[in-house]
Design a protein. Structure first.
Length: 318
């Protein structure tokens, strides 16, 4: 029988998922962020380490919660032993931030072994349901009439959510004020509490929208999504932008191909598990499977894309 135990720490919390005498450890910046919910289901679906050739702990570093911590965690994993016991979740920001730094602490292409790509976040903009903005057009009209007054939150400076909101502002001809937070939980809480006007965030807002506490104004996907078919895409409101955040798992460079294969197969089985598929569907997160070789090629292309984006936006580190 599998149980989960949460042990508090000063900044980090160590989550242990016990399976008999085996332990899978997840070191996470813990909050009500979607990645933690997904990890719980994913880890629950993974076979016990002993069943796939591992007798002790596997440690995961989840780095999608805060930009500063994402860099620290990535650097830590990049320097770890390549024995298969230390892995990291790789959000798309990891490929962007080094382009914005003069002396990055890691190279996302050379310092990691890519194991498997699994899914991606759905992004959208939410406001408190009792505010006067019933549509995206209402929100933009208010922003145009009140330059700089509208405040929006994201999980951090330089995140996909931050950069996309600024691109939207350029396209729509508005000025608004960015408020960075340490994670999705704080971002959403600030909108609920009225501290900020809106949150640009991944679909962890789904239950709150369904409960009528938040209103979803627009999604950033290429097409409308299953759970909110009435909500338009950016393209439909006249802004030709699609912004998504795919991610997968990686370990330190130099991992043995046999170890990579074992980990890949375990995660692939978990991704195909009906419980995990149901969770992805609940949050409108598509399954975006890539094997190790294809994932590595995708990373190369993504780094080149992020280099061009950073140069175009004037974000290159000097």
């Amino acid at each position: 029988m599998r149980t989960a135990k949460f042990v508090s720490g000063s900044t980090l919390r160590h989550m242990l998922v016990m399976t008999g005498t085996s332990t899978i450890g997840l070191l996470a910046v813990f909050g009500a962020d979607l990645i933690n919910i997904f990890f719980l289901s994913l880890l629950d679906a993974v076979e016990p380490p002993s069943a796939v050739g591992y007798a002790s702990a596997i440690t995961f570093f989840t780095i999608s919660v805060c930009i500063g911590l994402s860099i620290a965690a990535s650097a830590l994993v990049a320097q770890a032993r390549p024995d298969g016991y230390t892995l990291t979740q790789m959000p798309i920001t990891v490929f962007r931030i080094p382009q914005m730094m003069s002396r990055p602490s890691f190279d996302p292409l050379r310092d990691f072994t890519y194991v498997i790509h699994v899914t991606g976040y759905l992004f959208g903009v939410v406001v408190r349901a009792d505010r006067g903005w019933n549509t995206w057009q209402d929100f933009i009209a208010y922003a145009k009439a009140n330059p700089g007054k509208v405040t929006y939150g994201t999980p951090g400076v330089g995140s996909s959510l931050h950069l996309t909101m600024e691109r939207i502002a350029q396209h729509a001809g508005v000025e608004w004020t960015h408020v960075p937070f340490r994670g999705g939980a704080e971002n959403i809480a600030a909108t609920l509490g009225g501290t900020i006007d809106a949150s640009a965030e991944g679909s962890s807002w789904t239950p709150l929208v369904q409960e009528g506490k938040l209103r979803l104004l627009v999604v950033w996907s290429a097409e409308r999504v299953k759970n909110f078919p009435e909500v338009p895409t950016l393209h439909e409101v006249g802004i030709d932008i699609v912004s998504e955040s795919p991610y997968g798992f990686a370990g330190p460079k130099g991992m043995d191909p046999g170890v990579v294969r074992v980990l890949h197969d375990a995660f692939k089985a978990a991704l195909d598990d009906p419980a995990v598929q149901a969770l992805l569907e609940r949050y409108d997160m598509p399954a975006l499977y890539l094997n190790s070789e294809d994932y590595t090629r995708w990373v190369l292309n993504q780094i080149e894309t992020e280099e061009r984006l950073a140069a175009r936006l004037g974000l290159r580190g000097e």
